[in-house]
Design a protein around this ligand. Structure first.
Ligand code: ZN
Ligand code: MN
Length: 149
């Protein structure tokens, strides 16, 4: 399974950085790999709380920060405050609605190539690039229908 490979690659990063693989971490990682909803901490808490009632909001938050530090997920500022999170093993473009905050993963296969070229350009400044993230702001289809301009 494709997702199992993603999971194994993430677990390898844990091991490489001497980070303990706790059951909580496994649950949160698994959830992030399988979600395409760009969830907030609250979303994740509500989704996992039914099955894992001992998983606190603080534990989720701390583990998201850890996954972020390992470049497994990224944090996207939420217009209403806080953050949304996304599994980001494969860098991709986000179209974000200024009105409702909806986030769309944009299908643009050439981005992988661009990403490498951009990182090479950055290296000319003796800067060591880690991740890149392109956001396009605008108005989603639903919001255009609701508020014609
Ligand atoms: Zn919208
Ligand atoms: Mn995404």
């Amino acid at each position: 399974m494709m997702n199992n490979e993603k999971y194994e690659r993430a677990i390898k990063k844990f091991k490489k950085n001497n980070i303990r693989i706790t059951p909580q971490r496994q649950i949160i990682l698994d959830y992030m790999i399988n979600s395409d909803q760009h969830p907030t901490v609250e979303n994740i808490y509500h989704a996992l709380n039914k099955k894992f009632s001992n998983l606190s909001m603080a534990t989720i938050y701390n583990n998201l920060n850890l996954l972020k530090d390992l470049d497994i997920i990224i944090e996207i500022p939420n217009p209403e405050g806080g953050y949304r999170y996304d599994f980001f093993e494969t860098p991709h473009i986000h179209a974000i609605c200024d009105n409702c905050g909806k986030i769309i993963d944009v299908d643009f296969p050439q981005y992988q190539e661009f990403d490498e070229e951009i990182k090479n350009a950055v290296r000319k400044y003796n800067f060591s690039p880690k991740t890149s993230h392109i956001e396009i702001n605008g108005i989603c289809e639903n919001c255009q229908k609701k508020r014609p301009q």
